[in-house]
Write a protein of this length. Structure first.
Length: 101
């Protein structure tokens, strides 16, 4: 019996700095975040992004697990940059107007 060979088709475009689902702007890291941090199932992710197929979502999760350290490092760097910006540019606090008397 011969082993099955996968067809040369990829659901992931990894030519960009942050890999995306091919033909979309949806990042692999976003799908992984929704799965890991929001507890969304692959079916729920497809419901949230109807232009994705279930195969796209599973391919993105496979890519995430194959490159988990790099994607998690990117998440950590993004969090660090956000914290740095928050400390450099604190939010403005709007003063409430007192009701007219």
């Amino acid at each position: 019996m011969q082993a099955a060979h996968a067809l040369p088709h990829s659901h992931i475009d990894d030519t960009r700095p942050r890999p995306v689902v091919a033909g979309t702007d949806i990042k692999v890291a976003q799908i992984a975040w929704e799965y890991e941090h929001h507890g969304m199932s692959p079916d729920e992710i497809v419901d949230a992004h109807p232009h994705l197929s279930l195969a796209d979502v599973h391919a993105a999760l496979t890519h995430f697990y194959d490159h988990m350290d790099a994607i998690r490092a990117d998440w950590a760097e993004t969090d660090r940059m956000i914290d740095e910006m928050k400390s450099t540019f604190p939010p403005r606090v709007r003063q409430r107007r007192s009701p007219a008397t």
